[in-house]
Design a protein around this ligand. Structure first.
Ligand code: SAH
Length: 251
């Protein structure tokens, strides 16, 4: 047994909810949300998944508020600590995988500091789920020998990436949170030598009944991005040209 009950002390399960389709929850994630006492969740967790949560659980939303500001990370950390210290079994439910652009590590650092026991349940990350539902294999012997997951929040995080390393022909690039930065992504990749003819795809609301896949070439990525809404994933690389042939998910 990895989980504890209330009378054994507080416990936090950091759980990935996958990209949207409730059928992509892991069996373990389902089991945990059905018996959680507190569920702390954010914007990317779909309503269908929330409807599967234990009806008696206390639900705490920590996604963007009405004024569009995120709940600061230290406040989220504090909620987890306080609820666990009340001896509750807390499920921290996050879209996709908690360790892929999900700040799961930051939350665990705080729990570790406070000596609160925890477990991590991985989820299907958007890059894997959305491309599968779009008929885009992330690797393919004829197209891509590697795949990169990259945050589009480059400026916000005050860091840059190795554009030279990314602008190679035989790799697949997956940008999370990239819509606003798409002009920069397009320009940087082309300036570092990636052909403007490279195929790209934007997968909007992947794995849900409202999934949309927009396709084009790198030299029109920024234009394409103006037609998409969040959450969307940007995929750059010749594997995206397979979407038309391999698309199986009717929407
Ligand atoms: N931890 C999450 C990612 C959180 S960052 C995971 O592993 O998937 C949020 C970004 O993920 C969004 O801006 C978008 O780029 C991507 N994303 C998440 N769910 C998505 C979906 N259903 N369709 C398209 N993109 C998605």
């Amino acid at each position: 047994m990895t989980t504890t009950t209330a009378n054994q002390g507080g416990f936090v399960s950091l759980v990935g909810a996958g990209p949207g389709d409730p059928d992509l929850l892991t069996v373990k994630a389902l089991r945990l949300i059905q018996k959680a006492e507190v569920v702390v969740y954010d914007r990317l967790v779909s309503d269908e998944i929330m409807s599967m949560v234990n009806q008696d659980a206390e639900l705490i939303y920590v996604g963007k508020k009405l004024n569009h500001h995120c709940v600061p990370q230290d406040q989220i950390n504090q909620v987890l600590v306080v609820k666990a210290q009340e001896n509750k079994h807390v499920v921290r439910l996050k879209g996709g995988d908690p360790f892929i652009f999900g700040r799961g590590g930051e939350e665990l650092e705080k729990l570790a500091l406070e000596s609160i026991p925890y477990e991590v349940v991985p989820g299907i990350t958007a890059a894997a789920g959305c491309t599968a539902y779009a008929g885009i294999p992330l690797t393919h012997r004829d197209h891509a020998q590697s795949v990169h997951f990259i945050t589009g929040h480059l400026k916000k995080e005050g860091m840059d990436v190795d554009w030279n390393g990314l602008a190679k022909g035989n790799t697949t690039l997956v940008f999370y949170m990239g819509l606003k930065e798409s002009p920069n992504i397009q320009a940087r990749l082309m300036n570092h030598g990636l052909s403007g003819e490279t195929s790209v795809a934007i997968i909007e609301r992947g794995t849900t009944p409202r999934q949309r896949v927009l396709t084009g070439t790198l030299d029109c990525l920024a234009d394409l991005a103006t037609q998409a809404i969040s959450p969307s994933l940007i995929v750059v690389g010749s594997v995206t040209s397979l979407h038309k042939e391999l698309n199986w998910f009717d929407n």
